[in-house]
Design a protein around this ligand. Structure first.
Ligand code: NDP
Length: 320
């Protein structure tokens, strides 16, 4: 038995362990979680164990700890369980939250894994230059809305795609994208991209894969870069969709590079120094879609795959 209840009805971690007991406050819905429910789970995270609570990123409060780096009352973000309380066996990838003037839910998004993904993927993998033409798919989501805003800060021309008219308006009017379109209303994605990028695309921040990637390949400029962050359109497919226009990579000398956010964990404090002033000054906006109650988590998670979420999908489990 590693967790006990003391005489004050307080949960306690057994004294011979190194465990951290956390009360989960917010849980994050992330597309990669779908892959952990298949036999195509990523090489980074193992598949979920049937019958055990699923895991994911979340924000929590330390209730008790035998780990000297974490104390009762600390606020943390990192991998936790989809449950009210989690007993964390390892503090690997667990970050202490020091800036509490920012909403705690932001540590599932802009100040957490998706924020670091947008930062590393855009600034390092895309290697952007002022004036370049940038295209972002799933642009109103947790990662995409930030990539678009980073591209504007860099002085790029940025267009985003999203799946509803309201999301398109959000991209243009809230996040400052130069233009945006609803990919579901475009019968010919190649023609749409030619309309928005008559001179071609320098940088494609790839979030969706499939038909969009195929159309983008026909519209890349010479020495363009494609940062492959994810391919959500493929996560529910038993058989991945074919991508046919691969010779464009040769004709246009395109560099395609995948990346994983874990590569950027060592840069987390540098990332915070970069992003916090922008948030505090209101120069970077972040839209969240928060559902209340752990019981509503599964529907919220499934909603990522039909675009039900508007912005970062978060589940509020409990208040502090
Ligand atoms: P989002 O918040 O963008 O939510 C997912 C969105 O994807 C939906 O809202 C929907 O928006 C869009 N979508 C769903 N199905 C499809 C489809 N079939 N075709 C096109 N668009 C679809 O998610 P995130 O910002 O958290 O993640 C974006 C991408 O980044 C994902 O591919 C994810 O796997 C990846 N990722 C990769 C990381 C890494 O380390 N490499 C880390 C974090 C995320 P819409 O209404 O616009 O269709």
């Amino acid at each position: 038995m590693v967790v006990t209840v003391d005489e004050n009805l307080k949960l306690k971690v057994a004294s011979d362990s190194k465990d951290i007991l956390v009360k989960n406050l917010y849980l994050s819905c992330d597309p990669y979680m779908r892959l952990l429910m298949t036999n195509r789970s990523s090489e980074i995270f193992g598949p979920y164990t049937p019958g055990a609570p699923i895991t994911g990123f979340g924000v929590g409060k330390v209730i008790d700890s035998r780990n000297p780096e974490f104390m009762e009352g600390d606020l943390v973000w990192g991998i936790t369980g989809w449950e009210e309380y989690s007993l964390l066996k390892s503090s690997e990838g667990l970050f202490k939250i020091h800036h509490t003037d920012i909403p705690l839910s932001y540590y599932t998004g802009i100040l957490g894994m998706p924020g670091l993904t947008a930062y590393g993927g855009f600034y390092e993998v895309c290697a952007p230059k002022k004036g370049e033409y940038v295209f972002v798919s799933a642009a109103s989501g947790a990662v995409g809305q930030l990539v678009g805003q980073f591209a504007k800060l860099m002085g790029c021309y940025v267009v985003g795609s999203a799946g509803t008219r309201d999301k398109v308006e959000l991209l243009k009017n809230k996040f400052g994208f130069d233009d945006a379109f609803n990919y579901k209303e475009e019968p010919d994605l190649n023609a749409a991209l030619k309309r928005y990028f008559p001179e071609g695309i320098d940088i494609y921040f790839e979030n969706v894969g499939g038909k969009m990637l195929d159309a983008v390949l026909l519209n890349m400029r010479v020495r363009g870069r494609i940062a492959v962050c994810g391919m959500i359109s493929q996560y529910n497919c038993d058989q991945p969709e074919g991508v046919y226009n691969l010779m464009s990579i040769v004709y246009k000398r395109v560099r395609i590079e995948g990346f994983a956010v874990a590569d950027y964990y060592p840069q987390y404090s540098k990332f915070l120094d970069f992003i916090l002033p922008y948030i505090r000054e209101g120069k970077i906006k972040y839209v969240e879609d928060i559902v209340e109650g752990l019981e509503n988590g599964p529907t919220a998670l499934i909603g990522l795959f039909n675009g039900r979420n508007v912005g970062k999908q978060v589940v509020l489990v409990a208040s502090q």
